[in-house]
Design a binder for this molecule. Structure first.
Ligand SMILES: *Cc1c(COP(=O)(O)O)cnc(C)c1O
Length: 367
């Protein structure tokens, strides 16, 4: 069967991902391991292809949020160790079956694991410590019970102990971040002293790698930085964009002064204008808050503002002064109109923009 040619594609620049990975690696000591987070469809890009690329580039670990994401990677043939950050306690058997490393974050979860799995075989686990994020993790009052349970169940091999910084990117919160790091060291060492084998310790995410480099310990967990985004200016200048979202002009219309465009007649022509209809809408992930000039696409190297409301499957843009034709490319975001700018326009963060583009948008991996 002939392959479908899509109008709207998310191009993923695989070489740029490798370049970003190597930039972060250059900040680390040679023996520091790198886990790359590929949760949420590799921050929206496509889990398998990105994971495969990372495997080829010899990262040490992949990180996913839930068991489903880990199973998908195994089914696709990924062999790297995979840590599941918040495994479902009702599916610990599958975590083991697919050779994923479960993160244990509470006594309840730990006991469910012990009850569920075969304790005659060693099982690698990781332990999450809550040092101030207050989301998941054991806190300092729960450590002695945790240690006792782990010692009594020696089939459990602690591969790593980790925590997560709540505000690694924010200089105003550096005192808090340092407090988190100190608390982490103390708790991780308290646990580790009870075991004769080495246990990896890690706390840094992407912004942490840049801003708290000395606390890289045994491993770091790279996420958004791999995908080309940092809140640190100098770092941002060293990163390359991971993706470009583009579509094609489906139709061009000339609108007379006083006429309106789109639903609820929100796009009002205050003079004669020319519009282009682009086949991408909020069902594809184009946030509806970008309507009415809040965002501009790039057509023929010029800015074409959105006219009226974003529809479910389409959007209209103003191309009055742009030389363009049906079939020409319209860049929804690119190096010239970035994800960072888009996120600011609608009061969110790049993470949400990245992970919002729906499966309907065709991913095209460029090597
Ligand atoms: C997602 C995630 C990361 C990566 O965070 P970035 O800010 O994207 O670098 C690191 N650690 C944990 C536990 C995470 O869930």
């Amino acid at each position: 069967m002939r392959e479908l040619v899509y109008d709207t594609t998310l191009e993923i620049h695989m070489d740029n991902l490798v370049s970003n990975l190597n930039y972060y690696r250059s900040l680390l000591k040679p023996h520091t391991k790198v886990m790359v987070m590929v949760k949420a469809f590799s921050y929206g890009l496509g889990t398998y292809d990105v994971a495969k690329l990372l495997e080829e580039n010899k990262v040490d670990y992949l990180g996913v949020a839930n068991t489903f994401e880990g199973i998908e990677l195994r089914k696709a043939g990924i062999k790297l160790p995979i840590m599941v950050m918040k495994p479902e306690v009702d599916s610990f058997d599958l975590v083991v079956e697919y050779q994923l490393t479960p993160t244990l974050f509470s006594q309840h979860a730990l006991e469910r694991l012990i009850d569920t799995v075969d304790n005659s075989k060693p099982l690698a686990i990781s332990i999450k410590i809550d040092t101030g994020m207050h989301r998941l993790g054991f806190d300092s009052t729960e450590i002695s019970e945790l240690t006792k349970t782990l010692k009594a169940n020696s089939f459990l091999k602690i591969e790593s102990i980790f925590s997560h910084l709540a505000a690694a990117e924010d200089p105003k919160e550096d005192e808090f971040s340092c407090h988190q790091i100190k608390t982490f060291i103390s708790i991780a060492n308290t646990i580790s002293e009870n075991f004769s084998y080495p246990i990896d310790q890690h706390i840094l995410n992407s912004n942490g790698i840049v801003r708290f480099t000395d606390s890289q310990f045994d491993m770091v967990r790279l996420g958004i930085g791999l995908y080309g985004i940092s809140s640190d200016k100098k770092t941002q200048n060293n990163l390359l964009p991971a993706s470009t979202l583009k579509s094609k002009i489906a139709q061009i219309k000339h609108i007379k002064k006083g006429e309106t465009v789109g639903y609820n007649r929100r796009g009002v022509a205050t003079e004669n204008i020319t519009i282009a209809t682009i086949p991408v809408g909020y069902a594809d992930g184009l946030n509806r808050n970008l309507s009415n000039g809040n965002w501009s696409m790039i057509v023929n190297n010029q800015k074409a503002p959105i006219v009226g409301n974003v529809c479910m499957d389409m959007v209209m843009i103003d191309v009055t002064n742009i030389n363009c034709n049906v079939g020409d490319e319209a860049f929804i975001f690119s190096a010239k109109n970035t994800i960072i700018e888009m996120s600011k326009c609608i009061g969110t963060i790049p993470y949400e923009i990245l992970t919002s583009y729906s499966p309907r948008v065709k991913r095209v991996f460029k090597y």
